[in-house]
Ligand binder design. Sequence first.
Ligand SMILES: *[C@@H]1O[C@H](CO)[C@@H](O)[C@H](O)[C@H]1NC(C)=O
Ligand SMILES: *[C@@H]1O[C@H](CO)[C@@H](O)[C@H](O)[C@H]1NC(C)=O
Ligand SMILES: *[C@@H]1O[C@H](CO)[C@@H](O)[C@H](O)[C@H]1NC(C)=O
Ligand SMILES: *[C@@H]1O[C@H](CO)[C@@H](O)[C@H](O)[C@H]1NC(C)=O
Ligand SMILES: CC(=O)N[C@H]1CO[C@H](CO)[C@@H](O)[C@@H]1O
Length: 947
Amino acid sequence: MGWLCLLFLLFTTCQFNSTCSSSSNSSSSLSSGHLCHPHDSSALLQFKNSFSVDTSFDILTSFWRGEDCCTWFGVTCEKVTGHVIGLDLNFSLRGKIHSNSSLFFLRHLKRLDLSGNDFEGSPISSKFGGFVSMTHLDLSESNVTLDTLSLNRIVQNLTNLRELDLAEVDMSSVVPDFFKNLSSSLTTLRLSWCNLQGKFPESIFRLPNLRVLDLRGNENLTGSFPKSNWSSPLETLDLSYTRISVDWHHLTRNFKCLRDLYLRNCSFVGSYPLFLGNLTQIMWLDLSSNSFGGQIPWSFFLNLERLTQLYLDGNNYVGQFPEVESNSTGIASLYDFSKQLVGPIPRHLTILSLVGNQLNGTIPSWLGSLPSLEELYLESNQLSGNIIEFQSRSLILLYLSDNKLHGLIPRSIFELENLQYLDLSSNNLSGTVEFEKFSKLQSLSYLGLFSNHLSLSFNYLSNNSWPQLSTLALSSCNISEFPYFLRASPNLEMLNLSHNRIQADIPKWLLDFGKDSLKSLDLSHNSLTGNVGHLRWKNLQYLDLRNNSLQGELPIPSPSTVFFSISNNQLTGEIPPTICSLTRLEILDLSNNKLSGKIHQCIGNFSQSLSVLDLRNNKFHGMIPGTFSKGNILRNLDLNGNQLEGSLPQTLLTCRELEVLDLGNNKIHDTFPNWLESLPKLQVLILRSNKFYCEIGIPETKFPFLKLRIMDLSYNRFSGLLPTKYFEHLTAMINSQEHELKYMGEGYYQDSVAVAIKGNVIEMTKILTFFTAIDFSNNSFRGEIPNVIGKLKLLKGLNFSHNELTGTIPPSFGDMCNLEWLDLSSNRLFGDIPEELVNLTSLEKFNVSENRLVGPIPHGKQFDTFENDSYSGNVGLCGIPLAKICGPHQSPPSSFQQDGDLEHENGFDWKVVLMGYASGVVIGISVGYLVLSNRTPDWLVKVVGIK
Ligand SMILES: *[C@@H]1O[C@H](CO)[C@@H](O)[C@H](O)[C@H]1NC(C)=O
Ligand SMILES: *[C@@H]1O[C@H](CO)[C@@H](O)[C@H](O)[C@H]1NC(C)=O
Ligand SMILES: *[C@@H]1O[C@H](CO)[C@@H](O)[C@H](O)[C@H]1NC(C)=O
Ligand SMILES: *[C@@H]1O[C@H](CO)[C@@H](O)[C@H](O)[C@H]1NC(C)=O
Ligand SMILES: CC(=O)N[C@H]1CO[C@H](CO)[C@@H](O)[C@@H]1O
């Protein structure tokens, strides 16, 4: 951007002046009458030619013409000798600076600014130490690295250095102590985001002339202020995101000149910063992200007479704002709730930012009348009441989202003609708003009104437009028509009209606006109808059209698209092959439509960034594409509910990142894919209801299905013995590292699968990471149930029903302490129901019907809740709840001693937290892991704090 502006300036200058000879200020004034030194001229040209030939190179070439290099852009010469003494090239040049670079021939340089170029990670050579006259060196943001040796040479030789800016230079190998040798004439030292590690020398704080010290973002930099008395002339100090110990006591005593103080996310030691000391000159103060709690110490801030910008974001401040009251002489001041004087109204304030605290009460009216206020950030607090009227016409940014504000949008907001950003989203605001009311806000660039109780309407006849608008976030605003004014919004980048009531075809004009600008469009959860047609947004990255009633062919967005969901519509026809032009796609969700035809081979490898491919519940037939290729990062492949046939392609093995593979409800005809066992991240394998056949066999690798948590092989034609060897190794079901309650999936895509839980197939729109289940039902497995099954301690559900299993129920079942449903019905099991099962205190559903079990039914705990149908079809069973009374020799097994400890192995007894579980009476489906769409239970969010 920088050089483009310059370019523009230069060209306009040229147009008005007959020659270009005095194009640059810096050279013209100093060089008059003197040609530059020929050595310097050729050194400069050589230096230029060491960079890649590209746009910035070409522009520089066009600037560096003519014999006298003193007239060249960015070059300054010494008047008498003609030596180059200044070089300013913030120019986006690309190329390395080697230690034999001709740059080092310019030995007289006093000022060198090469910031903002890309030197491709070049090391800063110790040759920079040759510039002994250097006063100003700026290599910031230029992709260079610095090591200790060079640093040492440079600081030792550059004794005249006044300003040193090395921001974003990689210094991970520098010993920071060597900065102590810097020249005492130094006035500015900028070392932000340099990856400095270790202890920063104290002596820097004592440099007699230092005015600016910026160490921001060196996360591992330690150090502290000098302990002895000293007095610093520092005016700007930034220690944000460092681990330098900030001693408030020393700070307030010794830095009398501080004007700008940035202490965001710092390590404070000693007393809590509450007093002012000598910091009377402060204008800009940032104490964000420091876990400060209690009331905001308003008196501390309000008494800073010159304070204009105050940031206290991301702390734990509570309580209310002070309010204005007048004293007997009529002077208005701020008083706290106990009527204590806090301080004067901060009339100079231009920025106030209190984001992400727990402030409550109402927004005080004095905030609305601060004459210079430009930016007010109060989002993510607990503020309630009505929004105040804002008289400050100076306001540019107003962020009040994510509070508990209610009532109407106040009238004065529609008069704030300088407003660029207005965010009132996620409150309880109500009322009908005609969009026309915003007509005076012609600078508006961001408008967020979503998630309130507002009803927005648009006037079709109006000619008002908002030419600066770039983001319009109007989700859940009771909108029933497309905002017509968008036709004239050439700069719109993000449009969100989701969760409204728009019941219409997508109009032609909507497809035509924002052709170059639009990046994100969300029209999901409306009632859109008709064919979408041809999409023309060239730079679109995010397109969400899910949950509508769209028909016709699948529309294909531009190749720039990263996210595309059009699930839950009525689309028909085949997937056009042009879909494979979306080479940047990460998420493709076409699930729940009526798409048909074959799945193109190209779908397997068209985008190397594809992470989710969801084609669930369509009508696709043919084979699964076999084109998955090495290096792909597919995480979720969901083809459930189609009519796919044939066998599984072995190329699935190239999907090393695969976590969810759902092929259920197709017609796949194959043996068990035990070769999938080596996929290191596979957590969910669903083959339910296909035509898989034959024995499962034994593992071929040492750690088969290491991460598998959900395995559904039900409704196939598997036969043979149960796979004992696999059960022994299902590590994720034996003990797990998952302690947190979280869902699988990422930011904008949540994995979902249909799983049979307690007998009902339920679509889980989010999969909890410690949900575990095995379903082998409705196959032809025979033989005995292996004892090792008891090792799967984390299992929540086990279904072996409708097979041909024989033998007895292993007593080790009693070890599966997390088990919530167990279905062994319709087999040929015989013997007793082991008493150990009484230990399964989480068990809610138990079915052993239609077997050959005998003897008394255990009682106690969960077993007192199961009813007849759990046991029917076993003529030999007796005791409660069956009518058949046990004979004298059949005394019912007594319940096992329970130690009363419900704490589960993973350290988190989710049932206790989620359900207030009382032993014995939990019936039905626990919603703990079933978060159905749009119905995230409030209590779940509250109790566990997930969003
Ligand atoms: C720095 O240079 C390296 C090597 O050319 C390159 O890979 C990297 O992308 C560059 N970094 C930046 C921020 O330009
Ligand atoms: C430091 O300066 C001296 C001259 O004052 C020079 O001879 C020497 O080469 C310089 N060091 C480096 C590393 O350039
Ligand atoms: C800080 O140190 C930690 C642990 O040694 C390391 O993981 C991290 O990358 C370091 N941060 C920076 C910015 O170098
Ligand atoms: C302010 O600075 C003076 C020294 O100039 C010192 O004596 C005094 O204690 C300081 N005040 C505070 C409150 O630290
Ligand atoms: C004759 C003429 O137009 N001179 C202009 C050359 O450019 C300088 C700098 O922009 C102007 O100040 C002069 O007026």
